[in-house]
Design a protein around this ligand. Structure first.
Ligand SMILES: [Zn+2]
Length: 276
């Protein structure tokens, strides 16, 4: 009798457990569509928030691009002119305009402060050229030994900004990044300041060829071998004299003329420091 009663109790218990489980299961199956509809609402809500987020993403995009290395495709030459603005800036701009060529200038602070030269700085950016910084003093001891590189570049960038409304982040290190920026601490400071540094692929040596300007053209021709070339020149009369020859040479060789763009940066420095 005892065992019969306990069997009955066990069976009743199983039935109750089964009913409870069935109820839970049914309840769960009823709840499921509701749960997914909540999810849809949540998705719609997040969609409603999305435009704000999207606009933020769009704003951030140039920064993202800036971090990527975006080398142009095909044969592109960047003509670069250091140490301006000078008494010759206007004439350089005339030649570039005549040949429909854009270029990249690296200008020095003390020259940028010369009010007589400022109109041509504005003209350069309004005609589609890039004006980057080349320090205030061009003084090796101050920039590299005393570590004022970033400070001087920021000062120079601020002057360019005041004159042109542009906010360039590319600089050229006076005398090149080797040996000037051999000190890694200096390079870390540059990275922190979000400044980029371009050296060159071809040194025209124009500054020392005052009496032999056609040697500048020869140096450029002899140096040209890559798809992407960055030619170092200066705002000096001998370079102005042969600039049409240099432009013709690159046109004949099928090069396009690139102008630096902060949003399409690619590293080009003697340290192969990809952060710069
Ligand atoms: Zn220089």
């Amino acid at each position: 009798m005892k065992t019969k009663t306990s069997r009955k109790i066990i069976m009743k218990s199983w039935i109750i457990i089964g009913m409870v489980l069935t109820t839970i299961l049914m309840f769960y199956m009823r709840e499921k569509p509701e749960a997914s509809s909540v999810k849809i609402i949540a998705t719609e809500q997040s969609k409603q928030i999305a435009p704000k987020e999207q606009s933020e993403v769009i704003k951030e995009e140039p920064k993202i691009e800036n971090k990527l290395s975006i080398k142009p495709v095909g044969k592109v030459v960047y003509l670069t002119f250091d140490d301006g603005p000078s008494q010759l800036t206007g004439r350089f701009l005339d030649v570039l305009k005549e040949h429909d060529v854009k270029a990249t200038f690296f200008m020095q602070g003390v020259n940028l402060q010369n009010t007589n030269l400022q109109d041509n700085v504005k003209r350069a950016t309004s005609e589609g050229h890039y004006v980057g910084a080349h320090s205030m003093t061009h003084n090796s001891k101050r920039l590299y030994t005393d570590g004022k590189f970033v400070q001087e570049m920021n000062e120079t960038i601020a002057i360019i900004h005041d004159l042109t409304g542009e906010n360039p982040k590319l600089v050229r290190a006076p005398y090149g990044s080797v040996p000037g920026l051999d000190n890694e601490q200096l390079r870390n400071q540059i990275v922190e300041a979000n400044i980029k540094v371009w050296d060159w692929t071809i040194d025209s040596l124009d500054w020392k060829l005052k009496n032999n300007p056609y040697q500048i053209v020869e140096n450029v021709k002899n140096g040209t071998s890559r798809d992407i070339e960055v030619v170092l020149m200066h705002e000096v009369s001998q370079t102005l004299q042969v600039l049409p020859n240099i432009i013709s040479f690159y046109k004949e060789r099928g090069y396009k003329f690139g102008v630096y763009n902060d949003f399409l940066h690619f590293p080009l420095n003697f340290h192969n420091d990809k952060r710069l």
